[in-house]
Design a protein around this ligand. Structure first.
Ligand code: KIV
Length: 298
């Protein structure tokens, strides 16, 4: 049997090429901004692909945006794998990164590798992401050594927000900024192919980006990072929980969804839906034969 993977989706010559780690690194080298967005299911991944993003992150933010948890902490590996599998079915071109949920990688290198392997084998992700420096650096190294690409995440790390004093910007003193820089440099040294900077001052991000060779994806880290990431539901106005300062809204989709469903409800209640356009017809003759046949049924 050939070791070449079976290609299930024929690739048209004018279709964009699937994103790879070398192409991401090349984008940084050329100064081409990298576009990343979260997605958590088939339609959101399809939308991300059609919009031409480079990287899709099945973020554990899905715990809040699609599963309704109050934070990212409670989401399980099984739940994340279900979201990631659905996103995988919705996109082929962007690099698909699965977020390792809280409690699924911290305990040991073995636990981290086993969880990362599930995201690759069961959900079809191309890479995984984990949060923090410290012990996560060793976990990242172990996963990379097992052959799985890893994206790091420093600054505001929501899985451990309580220990950071809440959902607040990080690196706002020289000491804290140095801690963020050390974490980022250590993650690069451990073999991460990219790192997310969340909620840190733009000037701090700019200085650290210059010290890193791997692409830095920012969210609330200013314009000097190699790329940006936003949460799908924040960007489109679907989620109306607390929106952080960096969450720019490009659409108000939830309002449109509510308006659409309210109109549907009003039309059902007012007997305006369904109308002839949305119903099936039958020939008069067939209907008459049916009527006769129905009357004969006792
Ligand atoms: O879970 C998530 O959506 C994230 C991004 C904010 C980077 O980690």
């Amino acid at each position: 049997m050939s070791a070449t993977p079976r290609v299930t989706v024929p690739h048209s010559l004018d279709a964009p090429l699937p994103m790879t780690l070398p192409r991401l690194a090349e984008k940084k080298r050329l100064g081409e901004p990298i576009v990343m967005i979260t997605a958590y299911d088939y339609p959101s991944a399809q939308v991300a692909e059609e919009a031409g993003v480079d990287v899709v992150l099945v973020g554990d933010s899905g715990a809040m945006t699609v599963l309704g948890y109050p934070s990212t902490v409670p989401v399980s590996t099984e739940e994340m794998l279900m979201l990631a599998s659905a996103a995988r079915r919705g996109c082929t071109t962007p690099l698909l990164v699965g977020d390792l949920p809280f409690g699924s990688y911290e305990a040991s290198d073995e636990q981290a590798i086993a969880t990362a392997q599930r995201f690759i084998k069961e959900a079809g992700c191309d890479a995984v992401k984990l949060e923090r420096g410290g012990t996560s650096v060793q976990r990242a190294r172990a996963i990379v050594d097992s052959g799985i690409p890893v994206m790091g995440h420093v600054g505001l790390t929501p899985q451990t927000a309580t220990a950071l004093g809440g959902y607040r910007a990080q690196g706002r003193t020289a000491e804290r900024a140095l801690a963020v820089a050390r974490d980022a440099l250590a993650l690069e040294e451990a073999g991460c192919f990219s790192v997310v900077f969340e909620a840190i001052p733009a000037a701090v991000a700019d200085l650290v980006v210059k010290r890193l060779e791997i692409p830095v994806i920012g969210i609330g880290a200013g314009a000097g990072t190699d790329g940006q990431v936003l949460v799908f539901h924040d960007l489109l106005g679907i989620y109306d929980g607390h929106a952080p300062r960096f969450a720019k809204r490009y659409q108000e989709i939830k309002a449109q969804m509510v308006a659409g469903i309210a109109q549907y409800a009003a039309e059902v209640r007012g007997a305006a839906f369904p109308d002839a356009e949305h119903s099936y017809s039958i020939d008069d003759e067939e209907l008459e034969r049916f009527r006769t046949g129905l009357e004969a049924i006792v």
